[in-house]
Design a protein around this ligand. Sequence first.
Ligand code: NAD
Length: 499
Amino acid sequence: MLNINHYVNGQHTQTSQRTQTIYDPATGEARGQVSLASQDEVASAITAAKTAFQTWSQVTPLNRARVLFKFKALVEQHVDKLAELITLEHGKVLDDAKGEITRGLEVVEFACGIPHLLKGEHTQQVGGGVDAWSVNQALGVVAGIAPFNFPVMVPMWMFPIAIACGNTFIMKPSEKDPSSVMFMAELLKQAGLPDGVFNVVNGDKEAVDALLTHPDIKAVSFVGSTPIAEYIYTTASAHGKRVQALGGAKNHMLLMPDADLDQAVNALMGAAYGSAGERCMAISVVLAVGDIGDKLVDKLLPQISALKVGSGITPEMDMGPLISAQHLAKVRDYVEVGINEGAKLVVDGRDISISDHQQGYFLGACLFDHVTPQMSIYQQEIFGPVLAIVRVDTYAEALALINQHEFGNGTAIFTQNGQAARHFCHHVEVGMVGVNVPIPVPMAFHSFGGWKRSLFGPLHMHGPDGVRFYTKRKAITARWPQAKADSNEPSAFIMPTMK
Ligand code: NAD
């Protein structure tokens, strides 16, 4: 059985007083225990990170990047082990786990360019004999709090850029699948990262609250559900910290009558049911415009019945289990609610049975048709393999629905009409938009983030916003007076202006 504690100052720590069981969602069996950090345990990790900041912030950006280059090579060398850790605790299929690692590594690659990314601006001769420039300096100790659904990629949205900028880091992974972050901590040490620069505290609300209120934490990056994101944002902001808090989603695909339906359906299958729908960029609603709804259902049905559902470790599965027994029960309840609300359950995945994995948290793909915007299965994030089709008459009606929704993480339009696509990109109130691309997750050198109640705080994650988030800017104005000539200058009592 696993015994996962914390990782502080380059060492694994003792077990905490409180622990929680980690499960393998494919079997329903306990894999071990994870420690839940107390306030004091969090404080000692922060002390280690604060001490390490003194030296790490003075290491040259080039040498900080070199550690990340080595870390990238080590992750690639151990990709199979890392993917297996993800699958054993999260449940997603192994290839999907490897895909998540690749997307995370792209942020490491971006952070390897930190010598270039940290460059400031310089203006010579802003006034007579006066030069001005700006520099971007590290903040200090910063914290990251991650959700269960991307145990490697989401932490990698945060720590590579934070430490490349010269900060030291406290990671608080999801208590449901903490092993992959603990393994990455060891790989960072092997890559030559000094002790105390990257620390892991495992835990629940107690550990999170300790991070949000500690005076030595300068910034908090959070990804998770909207109610917690809002709590993180308000609490950490009230304690004077910089915050970026990414929340939940309800991503719509707007399917125009002129779309290439085969292409759209192939894209939709992966976007709706990949990772059992437990992705913040999953498509959970299709707005079928005009008369395309019936054709859509006809094309989806054979693909849904061909889906291979089983343990993520078994090769060639399309979809693994949900994360926990509680979450499975919650998603099943939503299916019941949808039926009671009057939606038509076209495919019911609830009676699925996986031989050899009877205790796993499996749910087959579910498809609802004739969902209306008044229904809670339309309004709320379900975070499971449940796709809703809403039939609308016009493009304008579809656009209005997306814009009225409380979430604004991702969306996609499928069409062959460039004018409609262009109008959509311009007018849709959503942070990440795809045109014939179902999951428009920006590459690492752009920034990731939603709008409305999908993100609290001004800056998105990774890319240029990541560097801005983890640095503070200093503007310097300098002159070197010529000793004799300028020494008789009178004092000035008016607002200084450049001559
Ligand atoms: P969650 O909000 O339950 O947990 C996220 C983190 O917050 C965990 O580390 C957890 O320990 C901590 N936490 C939970 N309850 C807390 C509390 N009361 N006080 C303080 N901390 C608390 O989310 P989850 O179930 O792990 O992840 C799924 C959610 O994350 C979904 O809503 C999904 O849309 C969202 N998500 C969003 C994005 C994005 O980029 N917007 C990406 C991935 C996941």
